[in-house]
Design a protein around this ligand. Sequence first.
Ligand code: FMN
Length: 692
Amino acid sequence: ARPARYDVLFEPVKIGPVTARNRFYQVPHCNGMGYRDPTALAHMRGVKAEGGWAVVCTEQVELHHTSEITPFIELRLWDDRDIPALARMADKIHEHGSLAGIELAYNGMNGSNLYSREVPMGPAHLPVATFMYDPVQARRMDKEDIANVRKWHLAAVKRAKLAGFDLIYVYAAHALGFLHHFLSRRYNQRTDEYGGPIENRIRLLREITEETKDAVGDTCAVPVRISVDELLGEGGLYKEEVEDMIGLMADLPDLWDVTLAGWENDSRTSRFSEEGAQEPFIEGIKRLTSKPVVGVGRYTSVDRMVSLVNKGILDMIGAARPSIADPFLPKKIEEGRFDDIRECIGCNICVSGDFTQSPIRCTQNPTMAEEWRKGWHPEKIRRQQSEKPVLIIGGGPTGLEAAQALGKRGYEVTLAEANKELGGRVLQESRLPGLSAWVRVADYRKLQLNQLANVHIYFDSRLTADDVLGFGIPRVAIATGATWRKDGVGHAFTLPIPIEEGAAVYSPTDVMSGNCPAGARVVVFDDDHYYMGGVMAELMAEKGCDVTYVTPASEASTWTRNTMEQHFIQKRMLEKGIKIRSFTLVKSIGRQETVLACTFTGKQERVAVDAVVLVTARLPNEELLLDLKARQAEWADSGIESIVAIGDAQAPATIAHATYAGHRYAEELDGAPLAEGQLPFKREIAELLPLI
Ligand code: FMN
């Protein structure tokens, strides 16, 4: 049972005319599904409600076609035809007794309107503020435009109510919507009654909040989401200024939902901020209002949540990423099942779903976005379909996930780990600078395995083909991971680069095993482009090396734009004195000198370095698989039915893919084979309209 001091988290909270059954609040978060996958999305939110979140919100929902954010895939409420998809979601949330919240967004100068081809609007004539540098400008709104947007917002509010939502947001946060743009002097350079002093800059927010309350306030709560600080000093919105704004509207909304701006500051990865990092910014807001306050901070620690409430900092614990990693976080706390909590690792692979327009994924929760598509559930898995045991070779993220999920299905599982500890790559990577929270991937799964008597773990077990054939366990999954290459093959070079015999070349695998370059001058060649190259450079700099980071991309760790970390990574690298050479290749490596080349002109440059760390690509650890495949004729006599490689051992990828691959193996074992042409997931197809 849970300790009594946690009871406070399960007190109901009145939000205007509605009541939340506890203090757990899933704040708005996008998911890469939106209007394309509304049923998958409805199920995903329904599972959050089932997991105990008293309030479950949508992502930002485009409220009008003159403000859409193509290529991002959000929900839409452009006209009545969008209501059924949203109603489906609200219904799913209600099925489990939770309140459904919708965040209506008019993005204004944050969207280029690439789909609708309407001219974007904002408080001033300014380029559209997307990171893609679209060659589009927003035009300055005149009085008629302001009146129109108010009208459109109101129309969307009424549709949201018809769809069944209980909380209808006014969204003024993150520098992502026009209301934030009106609040901030950075964007609002108006001289009319909507610009200048804060009374004027909040005018539109006040008007829209009042109109929303007048329209639906008798039955729906109206929260305002606002960013307390843009972390730009007095050049942007800052805490004291926003506190004055909140003070002026104190009790007008039914709830204040407070965050940092921009989004990259609000959803910072664990590499760049700790749990609760927003606390100094949200502290004190409650004194300004009698209405409930929600705040965020990647909260997974229960004591911390309790102290936020007891200290009077927050009324409700807001969470986006923790609710993605564990949709059942509230239920598990309620039932005192603390060992079962899958804590968010703060990697932001969830955010990459939005940036790559693909269904949201999560390193910790492989069922995220697969609730309807594949029928997966974060807590329930179908019972075993046969008595045949399973051998899993490798206790990294893939093997651990497969073992625990199969264990829960009821199978007899043998997990063979070559080392003395479970965790594989997450254990190694969590020892690198900034990545310590990633060990939670192994921790959660180890705690689950502790509860499963039918999973037998063997350490120091580097199995050979003879061993596997000798055991005769009918199903074998090889999850032996991958090894970083040391031949330069990556995105730029598909064939090995010239490396002189005796040259000091290292890979991340070497470095993580303690075999680090000793010399003073180190080149890190990053042709992988996710986090590892930047982390290696950081580590070398911490060890006192003179580090040059070389990449054919335009910037360090370029893929981390999708996890909103690129800016922070490059800043940290520069602050550590790392020299960054963009658009540059390592062409060859010698004992005395290394040859670099410009990606455009090919112009070469010889540099004297003591060591090169190649972060380019990985190779699956597939020796055992190949040995066993070479002896396939012996499988049947040994009682073996199937041997497959899963996760990095099949094709190296993210840790999110590793856990997904392990889970998929477990889910699909003894499943019905797909019919010819059948997809391994459900998808929603738009209705084909008559051709007229
Ligand atoms: N905030 C919004 O107001 N609207 C959004 O559509 C939105 N999308 C998000 C999508 C993802 C994948 C994530 C991780 C966050 C998003 N956010 C959005 C910000 C979250 O609501 C939240 O404020 C932030 O992630 C910090 O909370 P956390 O630490 O609990 O994740």
